[in-house]
Structure formats: structure tokens, C-alpha cells
Write a protein that binds this ligand. Structure first.
Ligand code: SAM
Length: 240
């Protein structure tokens, strides 16, 4: 079923306007057709009631239950020097099932935190477009940027990807029943030895992807995708 973003709610009707209305026209949705509409963090099953030049009215049939597949993965991504590579990371980790992305400033990452902050709205828009395409239950959350030194090992399983060590692989991890995972991925130049020792001191385990050294963005997408697929608990999902 096609999914659209609403712009406001009037009683039991959601209004679609602007670019989303163009999208509705492009998809050739007809009056009377059922569609999903997302507004203010909620997903609704609606019927397209009226289609005009500058707006569409969608009658709410019901609010849809939202089940988030476990584990809840937060990707701490050291921001690539090639800042535009974050666009790809946002789109793809949204598709493979990360719950949240936190941009990280590390010694070899992109450094300017103000510039990173200015990109957050763009990354949220990419996350919303991906949410519509891949039909995930909620858009990927984008957190405020943090410095690597301020990250906490506050998930049930705390991991970082390290291409230097011949460490354990993802299939060797005990993932049964794990509900929350933090995953840190280094920038193009990797994490420094000091940073990797610091993370181990905090309680993060280093994990290796085999067989080769990957680009940062490939490592993030594969890392989240493998963790999700090896540990997804199909029968027990978490309702937000
Ligand atoms: N210059 C680094 C080196 O020679 O190892 C490469 C860094 S890699 C391009 C960027 C980041 O992706 C790494 O810090 C790590 O987090 C992740 N990464 C890439 N390949 C990996 C692998 N095979 N195993 C684990 N992590 C990997």
C-alpha cells in the first residue's frame, strides 16, 4: 500500500499538500483508494476522500499499530570526511533496520560539529523518504552529533567495527534475546589505536567483518544488516 506524509489533521481527516501531493498524483492514487498516511509520529490507514489542485483530504479509518523489530540498533557513525557519504548511510541503514543514527566526531572524522548540525534536517528528510519506500514502522531517528569521548556503553550489547584486529565476527556473537545494541563505525581513516583502547575500556567489544577492509559506509550497512538478520526476534516485537 502506498504511504504518504500528511501535513495537518482536521478532526478525522488528514490533509496532504505540497511535494507529497505531487507524489500522490504521480502514484495515480484515486478517490476511494486506501493509503497509509504518516503524521506527527503516527501512522494511519486512510481512504482518499477528495483530491484537489492544492490539497488532498484523507479520511482516517484507523491508527495502525506500530511494532518495532528487535534488536533496537543505534549506529554511532563517525562522520565521513566526504560528508555526502552520510546521505547513503542514512538511506541504507534505514532500509536494513537501524533504529537510530548518531553522528560522531572522532579524531579522523569530519570535524565541524556546526556543519554536521546543519545537515541533520537533510538527513531527517532522507530518513522520511526511506521510511515511505521500505515500509518500516517508524522513520530512522537522527540524533544530535556527539564526540567519541562522550559515547556510553549503555546498550545490552556494545560493539565497534575494527578492521585492524582479527577479532570475532558477527556470527560468533551471542545475540539471543539481546534487545539493544550500540554499534560504532569509524570514518574513512579508521579509529585510532587510542580510540579503540578507550572504547574497550568503556566496555565495547571489537568486531571484524570478513574477509576484506570495507569503506566506512559499506561497513555500517553490512554491520547493521547482519546484526539485524542474525538476531531478529520475529515472534517478540516491541511496541513503541
Ligand atoms: N584505514 C583503515 C584500515 O586500514 O583498517 C580502514 C578504515 S575503514 C575504511 C573505515 C571503518 O570501517 C573502520 O574504522 C571500521 O569501523 C569499518 N570497517 C571497514 N572494514 C572493516 C572490517 N573488515 N571489519 C571491521 N570494521 C571494518
Amino acid at each position: 500500500m502506498d504511504r504518504f506524509l500528511g501535513s495537518k489533521k482536521l478532526h478525522n481527516t488528514i490533509v496532504i499538500e505540497g511535494d507529497e501531493l505531487n507524489h500522490l498524483y504521480a502514484k495515480r492514487v484515486k478517490v476511494g483508494q486506501k493509503i497509509e498516511v504518516f503524521l506527527e509520529g503516527r501512522l494511519y490507514l486512510c481512504i482518499l476522500e477528495k483530491l484537489a489542485k492544492s490539497y488532498a483530504y484523507c479520511l482516517i479509518e484507523k491508527e495502525l499499530d506500530v511494532y518495532i523489530p528487535l534488536p533496537i540498533i543505534t549506529l554511532y557513525q563517525c562522520v565521513p570526511i566526504e560528508l555526502k557519504n552520510m546521505d547513503l548511510i542514512v538511506e541504507k541503514i534505514s532500509e536494513v533496520g537501524a533504529f537510530k543514527l548518531v553522528p560522531v566526531v572522532s579524531s579522523r572524522s569530519f570535524q565541524n560539529i556546526q556543519v554536521i548540525k546543519k545537515r541533520i534536517e537533510r538527513w531527517k528528510r532522507i530518513a522520511l523518504a526511506s521510511f515511505k519506500q521500505c515500509k518500516r514502522p517508524k522513520p530512522l531517528e537522527i540524533g544530535e552529533p556527539v564526540y567519541l569521548k562522550d559515547i556510553n556503553a549503555d546498550a545490552e550489547l556494545n560493539l565497534f567495527l575494527d578492521s585492524f584486529e582479527k577479532g570475532i565476527g558477527i556470527k560468533d556473537l551471542k545475540l539471543d534475546g539481546v534487545k539493544t545494541i550500540n554499534l560504532i563505525v569509524g570514518p574513512e581513516g579508521g579509529l585510532s589505536v587510542k580510540e579503540s583502547e578507550f572504547l574497550k575500556g568503556l566496555g565495547f567489544f571489537s568486531v571484524r567483518l570478513y574477509p576484506y577492509v570495507l569503506r566506512s559506509e559499506t561497513a555500517s550497512i553490512l554491520g547493521v544488516g547482519l546484526l539485524m538478520n542474525f538476531s531478529i526476534q520475529h515472534s517478540s516485537t516491541y511496541r513503541d
